[in-house]
Design a protein around this ligand. Sequence first.
Ligand SMILES: Nc1ncnc2c1ncn2[C@@H]1O[C@H](COP(=O)(O)OP(=O)(O)O)[C@@H](O)[C@H]1O
Ligand SMILES: [Mg+2]
Length: 579
Amino acid sequence: MRFSRAFIPTLREVPADAEFVSHKLLLRAGYIRKLASGIYSWLPLGERVVQKVANIVREENNRVGGQELLLPALHPKELWDETGRSAVDVIFKLKDRGDRELVLGMTHEEVITDIVRTEIRSYRQMPLLLYQIQTKFRDEPRPRGGVIRGREFLMHDCYSFHTSLESLDETYRQMYVCYARILRKMGLDFTAVEAESGAIGGSISHEFMIVVDSGEDTILISDACDYAANSERCEIGDLPICEAPEPDALKLVSTPGKRTIEEVISFLGVAPEKLIKTLIYQDQEGEVVVALVRGDRELNEAKLGRVLGGRTVTLADAETIKALTGAPVGFAGPQGLEGVKIIADKELHSGGNWVSGANQEDAHVVNLNLGRDFNVSQWADLRVASDGDPCPRSSGTLHARHGIEAGHIFKLGAKYSAAMGASYLDQSGKEQPVIMGTYGFGVTRVVGAIAEQFADADGLLWPATVAPFDVTLLCLNVDEDSDAADKLYKQLKELGLSVLYDDRPERAGVKFKDADLIGVPVQLVVGRGAKEGKVEIRQRGKGEKREISLGEAASVAFAMHKDLIDQLTRSADAVRAPW
Ligand SMILES: Nc1ncnc2c1ncn2[C@@H]1O[C@H](COP(=O)(O)OP(=O)(O)O)[C@@H](O)[C@H]1O
Ligand SMILES: [Mg+2]
């Protein structure tokens, strides 16, 4: 592509509303433009990268037997009513001219299960692995980082269908390897972590997290074994129980209007870890439970739900709290609560002389002690894990990092097939629900995440496998050296390389700046040395330039490109399933 003909609208100014490095650079280098919050256009350079990423995903999914199809973006709402997911808050809803309700697909479990329930009859038709690369819509409350969290985005979504859990295990393992290979091929630093299944349901899931400081998710990684988990999911190991201090006399203190932990600690002048946070929850049937965590900790609702045998819990309303504690919100404590289950985080085994709400308006108690002043019905791991916590699997410590979720794999089991009546006849002619897995990878998000991980002060630094072009060729003085550069351009193309050829009548400085900003990995420069048959070659971001002869320039560039691709392929080939 000749730069003089290319549509690459670069910007000098950093766009004001962009926070992420990747977002700024993708806008500045002419890869994307914003249409509205969380909605972006992919300009030609950006679209080339999107297609490269999509093709890597395609190739790797095909390797494990996936078959590509294309499902609609527009769905009848009733289909989503069957699984109860039409009530999910991020789903876009609309009506057609006949007042029929439709939704825009935010994922495709419902649509694919609808196909399977009509088309699959026999055990002989499984296992089956179907995927698509298609646009999704989600009315995200907080679009973020440009294409990283958009409201319209390209996803690879893949679905598997089985007659046994063993067969699902096998495909799940293959998809784990598939996603790891995709990320390695793109040179990304990532960690696969145990994850919470969330709205999609199902039992086991892993997320593939691209490790960057700007990542929205917190992940915890053990330093002594291969345990790694999303903080939403992460279990916490046991710490030795410290002996309780001598109990002091229980005291009631007046704390007028002090409801939050921050208000109480500053009013009483105590450290937050001296407080017991008393949280009152209700499950879907309305049953009330009390959960206790230390004042400086955060309760993990998913853990609480699991302790209660897989229920969904929500914070109780003010009326329920008043009925249980006799006090308005903000003054609850574990003492004297009757007829209710009290579940405490196991960390509260250590310590004593606690501060908590007094179950009276505008009052707290100090020197509250376990056994003497309150009791616990059940001990559990209840809080959100954080940096420095003990590993649940080994004697190691958990270390926190930030990540961007690139992909997510789930074992669904029969959840969707049971809800939607997708069944088949087994070998003995008996009807059985289809067993399913679901796998999602954010194609456009990953383009943003690559830009986030591979950038420097001058611009983007694409890994060779996803770069918009293989080589960029700069002709510094078009009046003098066009013939030599044109010839080299032709040779490079004949070798099968894609080339961005800067043939513009611009100053050398402008061309160098643009080449660095755009971030094509191999740079060839036809400059002063051209008269003596010399050109320069450089790898973007690797400082040192090398002078080579014009005659061998195309083959040297080809070798450099191939070497970069081979390194990434070798890294992908080294992926092994961890189990
Ligand atoms: N709003 C979004 N913008 C861009 N990519 C997204 C968005 N939401 C999800 N994705 C991508 O799609 C993949 C599968 O989505 P899923 O796990 O269903 O999403 P979530 O974890 O947000 O519920 C995610 O791993 C992510 O890469
Ligand atoms: Mg997810």
